[in-house]
Design a protein. Structure first.
Length: 316
């Protein structure tokens, strides 16, 4: 075979071009090592967690074990991204997230065509049913309708994104015109997973009304932190999902199914569970969770039909 045949269309100049190409590939590889890109690591996914509390201990003791647990089911390793504002949450979603851990009210803002609900947090019996949003009120101030409208200066919400705290005015059956500006003048607790700070602020005299998670209010009454002689409680929402795990629709269906099955099995199977399962079961106790229940599309669509997907300006 002639040299021209061996080099094809390159002819006799093929060898110098081949050497040059090899040098260029080597230079690109060396550049990638010396100056790595700032984007997400190739071949890795993201677990995005919304937590505005700023609690670093929670990140280490709850979210990192949860990350390790999810990695048992995924085809690619996940990186943890914890954000504390709605703005940063939206930015991370633009970059892409395989799984999302967030309060239900914020979950309503996820595009249904891009994310699917997988599981919802479950508490220990007898409080294992979904919580409602409640209004805790100082009896001396009286029970009034919509104090977040008429008396916002003495009203505190457990946080700015959970439906247990904001669902009272995000209900679809509420007159939008009368509920405009609902967040103006109200105060907000810092933690979407624990409304204790808002309740403490109320009982110590800072507020007369608190919109909070039913389970948190019940705990304050049962622990004697709120006296039923001084404080009353009124239901203001239907039961809501509260803490929700979502998966990107780009994640393989079999992976989403495996993650859902694994989450539901937490705390329900035999005592001899894998180490990652035992560790995450202990870890989620930091959010007062005992495990998870499945949450399917039609179930969450019912929530969408009952609550608006907006959030107060302070949530940004």
């Amino acid at each position: 075979m002639s040299d021209d045949a061996r080099t094809g269309s390159l002819g006799g100049g093929g060898r110098p071009i081949t050497i040059l190409a090899a040098v260029l590939v080597l230079a690109l590889a060396l550049g990638a090592l010396l100056w790595p890109g700032v984007g997400p690591t190739r071949g890795r996914g993201v677990l995005l967690v919304f937590d505005s509390s700023g609690d670093q201990v929670r990140i280490t003791n709850v979210y990192e074990p949860f990350l390790h647990f999810l990695n048992e089911f995924t085809d690619q390793p996940l990186d943890l991204a914890v954000v504390g504002t709605v703005g940063s949450f939206r930015e991370k979603l633009i970059d892409g997230a395989d799984f999302v851990f967030c309060p239900d009210g914020l979950g309503l803002t996820l595009e249904a065509g891009q994310y699917v609900p997988v599981a919802v947090g479950r508490r220990a019996a007898p409080r294992n049913l979904r919580p409602r949003g409640v209004l805790v009120f100082r009896k001396s101030a009286g029970l009034i309708k919509a104090p977040w409208l008429s008396r916002p200066e003495v009203t505190v919400c457990g946080d700015s994104v959970s439906l247990t705290a904001t669902g009272a005015w995000r209900r679809k059956d509420v007159d939008a015109a009368s509920e405009s500006g609902t967040s103006n003048g109200c105060s907000w607790g810092p933690d979407p997973y624990d409304h204790a700070p808002a309740l403490h602020a109320a009982r110590l005299g800072g507020f007369d009304y608190a919109l909070v998670r039913q389970w948190d209010a019940d705990r304050f009454f049962s622990d004697g932190l709120l006296s039923p002689l001084e404080w009353g409680i009124e239901l203001v929402t239907v039961p809501v999902p509260d803490i929700v795990i979502f998966a990107s629709r780009s994640v393989a269906g079999k992976t989403r199914l495996a993650v859902g099955d694994g989450l539901v099995a937490l705390g329900r199977g035999p005592e001899e569970q894998p180490p990652a399962a035992r560790e995450v079961r202990r870890a989620i106790g930091g959010l007062n969770l005992a495990g998870f229940n499945l949450l399917v599309d039609p179930d969450f669509e019912f929530v969408r039909r009952n609550f608006a997907g907006n959030w107060p300006p302070t949530g940004d």
